[in-house]
Design a protein around this ligand. Structure first.
Ligand SMILES: [Zn+2]
Length: 252
């Protein structure tokens, strides 16, 4: 059990929140009860996740995608109103960590992917204005892009979409979880044979074919399941909390 303020202060320091400029608030987004014992964890604070939190009697919900994104309408009405009302009615805290949980060297989404794919000689590069957001590393063995794509599909339990040359030999991998498809040019300039992100745009196909880098759209949701789980595991151990990760299906 831990009090809410200590919990937030610890996460804030651990994830170096002050050093990252983001387009949503990172940390406590909706305030609930003072003591935290049961932590429900998910990728996105959707209504379905909150229903699980309510049913389990969670004290706090911890997610990668919270609320209050820059540019979205402020009023707490409709879908957004229902979500916040459910949290407040049940006295559940909502903690969200976005970019800090992408870039973190150990607990971040990209760190988890790099570990899962067995990448070596890792380096983190500044991308989109954020230090360390793009990761580059080498596979232990040269393989064809299609072989690597198959391995990624098994690891993430979701078949990726492969764009570009499937038969080329790949060794150097760049990756950035989520909707980072437009870092594809930077990935190629960094010497990557293959670039992995979650989402894909129409233009990504042409870039992959015409510039000769292979692209894997491995799923926004699928590539961002690791960070919150790694963070929750760390926090549960540190503060003797119980936690549950709920994987709400999202094919995107
Ligand atoms: Zn995301």
């Amino acid at each position: 059990m831990i009090d809410r303020e200590t919990f937030e202060r610890y996460c804030h320091q651990l994830l170096l929140v002050d050093s990252i400029s983001d387009y949503c608030p990172n940390g406590l987004q909706v305030e609930g009860r003072e003591q935290i014992e049961k932590l429900l964890v998910g990728v996105t604070a959707s209504e379905a996740l909150l229903e699980e939190a309510e049913a389990w009697g969670a004290c706090a919900v911890l997610v990668h995608h919270g609320y209050f994104w820059k540019g979205e309408p402020s009023p707490l009405v409709g879908m957004k109103g229902r979500r916040v009302r459910r949290l407040m009615k049940n006295d559940i805290n909502l903690f969200a960590y976005h970019l800090p949980l992408d870039v973190h060297v150990e607990l971040g989404n990209n760190a988890c992917l790099a570990r899962d794919f067995g990448l070596q000689n890792l380096r983190q590069v500044k991308a989109g204005g954020t230090e360390g957001l793009l990761w580059v590393g080498d596979l232990p063995l040269r393989q064809s892009a299609s072989q690597f794509a198959a391995a990624v599909g098994i690891i993430l339990q979701r078949e990726p979409l492969l764009l570009g040359d499937a038969e080329r030999t790949v060794r150097t991998v760049a990756l950035c979880s989520g909707g980072a498809q437009d870092f594809i040019d930077q990935a190629r300039e960094l010497g990557a044979d293959v670039f992995i992100s979650g989402e894909v745009s129409e233009r990504t196909t042409h870039t992959a074919i015409e510039t000769g880098i292979t692209y894997l759209a491995a799923g926004h949701h699928a590539t961002e399941r690791g960070g919150v789980q790694a963070l929750a595991k760390h926090l549960a151990h540190r503060f003797s909390l119980s936690y549950r990760f709920i994987d709400i299906f999202n094919p995107v």
